[in-house]
Design a protein around this ligand. Sequence first.
Ligand SMILES: Nc1ncnc2c1ncn2[C@@H]1O[C@H](COP(=O)(O)OP(=O)(O)O)[C@@H](O)[C@H]1O
Ligand SMILES: [Mg+2]
Length: 146
Amino acid sequence: MLVFATSDKGGTGRSVTSSNVAYRRALQGSDVCYLDFDFGSPTAGAIFNIERVLQGTPTDGLHSYLRGEAGDQPMRLDVWDESDRSGLRGRPPGAGRLVLFPGDKGGGEFASSPETIDRCIDLLLRLEEEFELSIVDLSAGRWYAT
Ligand SMILES: Nc1ncnc2c1ncn2[C@@H]1O[C@H](COP(=O)(O)OP(=O)(O)O)[C@@H](O)[C@H]1O
Ligand SMILES: [Mg+2]
């Protein structure tokens, strides 16, 4: 299942809600991934408390991938392995995978091209095969991203 978190306005709770849904579903045993498509403000690293991607990753994040600058696969982080928060560290018994695809630090907006869209489709289809739930956290009011 693919779920998109979208709203016209910023600060409405997309990222916090998405993180909670991802976390709860993973606890219930589903393999879940979270894609930080918030081009201007990738906050998932902060919410999941992963120090090295607190404001996004310096390289190979989702923006780089969509722009064709990150090779075949964007960076992925296992939250159970990587989180610096003790409560999130270590996969609980019976839990599924919880994987974060971070956005790029200072990524910003970019125009979509047919190649960008092809890379996006390719990624989402591959993740559909691999995960039971993929949550895409979008930038506010970015209709073309949706
Ligand atoms: N259910 C909630 N109850 C109270 N505060 C919330 C809730 N969801 C989000 N917040 C707070 O609102 C602010 C914006 O949330 P965030 O998820 O970052 O919004 P968005 O991703 O839509 O920009 C944050 O400070 C967050 O802690
Ligand atoms: Mg957000």
